[in-house]
Design a binder for this molecule. Sequence first.
Ligand code: GLC
Length: 546
Amino acid sequence: MSDFKNKVVYQVYPKSFQDSDGDGVGDLRGIINRLDYLKELGIDYLWLTPVFSSPQKDNGYDISDYCKIEPKFGTMQDLEELIAEGEKRGIGLMLDMVFNHTSTSHEWFQRALKGEKKYQDYYIFKEGEPDRIPTNWESKFGGPAWEYVPALHKWYLHLFDVTQADLNWENPEVREELKNVIRFWKEKGIKGFRFDVVNLISKPEVFEDDLEGDGRRFYSDGPRVHEYLKELVRDTGIEDMVTVGEMSSTSLRDCIRYSAPKEKELSMCFSFHHLKIDYKDGNKWELMEPDRRALKDLFEKWQLQMQENHGWNALFWCNHDQPRIVSRLGNEGRYWKESAKMLATCIHLMRGTPYVYQGEELGMTNPHYQKVSQYRDVESLNYYEILLREGKSEEEALKILAARSRDNSRTPMQWSGEKNAGFTEGSPWIEVPDNYDRINVERERADEDSILSYYKKLIALRKRSRVVSEGSIAFLESENEKVLAYRRDYGEESIVVLNNLVADEIEIGTDRAWEGYQKIVGNYADSDIKKDVIKLKPYESIVLER
Ligand code: GLC
């Protein structure tokens, strides 16, 4: 397995990162122009969400050709240049492989629709009558997970949008096609891969109604998923590359298997349980105050079990599907800066590989859109309708979207205080948040105390400190739900990390775990550290080293 323990990954959502040609949509040339910024930040890998040919119903997660570049984003030459320019700066490119489904515009699906049996076997088609849906499963974007094709007299499965048809991994030809996609990109010099919802690829043998839920228990971490991953990795020779699987509604047990080196599946996994701690009864569309007790318990459980069983975590708060963390668990007002730095500290110094999502390093916030016309995401637009149908008022539905929409993280990267935050000369495909004059790269780059400067420190710390990249982890202050505290050890080296998760002042002192330690990083200039007690200021983080 490649050495990814002291590495940091940066995620770019190309559509919103940097536009170079004034059409309002970010592109590959824009990313090339910003590589020096990423180098300055200190990152090792750049994960690009899909830039392949796509009708863009789900912003590229609906792929119509895995080996071509979507013209909106640029050309193959641009991508090759990005690989080469990245390499010059020590940044490896990771591509996003969406192998659970293709766009219905993909040639395979189109040929299936024309009646070619071979390609019908590439997807999950079920013979049947239009009034008898094969199962009651729900699409993750709302509505039924099956669509009827009258001309074929068949239904097809789509766990996501109706234009994203699930592939049939039972078919060895499908698996071979997908291996060829990996081989193609590996050949081009790609250094790693992110696999989209890859724990959903293995469907059950029998398709039946889910009487308890939306169907996910039948296909999440499905029966042959480990076998398929092993085969894919072995046959494409990517064991030594950095690979991360996005695991939807997964189990800890499975994540250990996906990421333990001896299994030869993936380097690490994204799991999402810690980002559901503000979902009421597990429902994303019902608002609730974050349950910090649950958050702490999840971190402890996952960190310790992964450690014990040699699994590896992808550490993250933000991505293109999640609202901005500072708006969610931090404080956008008085403690904006402190809370953004504190949240970064929590993640970056745990055991695993940290991911930074574009703009997170600036403390970018949710945009607080007021009208439904400001939203672009297919999921948000579907759920807006669903919420109204369920009887919510427009106001309530908008409040929910403002907290939960995936568009919260898809707003343009805030480069400067200039027009459109320096993202585009044209008119941006999605509105820029109002606060770009205050929160932007230009300002934060010039400020040693900025959130950006703090991220640079955390990233540099991982590079120089084996205790951060390789050390063991143990948790402190387990009973205190307002503090996330842990200790990392590697040989004689040791650090203690204390994070106040809330705006209250908090005293800690029970185990005096910091005796003989010195503060090396923190989000306040002065900390109140006494022999017996530490007083943490609102959202304060303190990193101590022995
Ligand atoms: C993943 C992606 C998300 C996409 C979905 C379907 O969850 O992160 O953006 O909509 O898969 O491909």
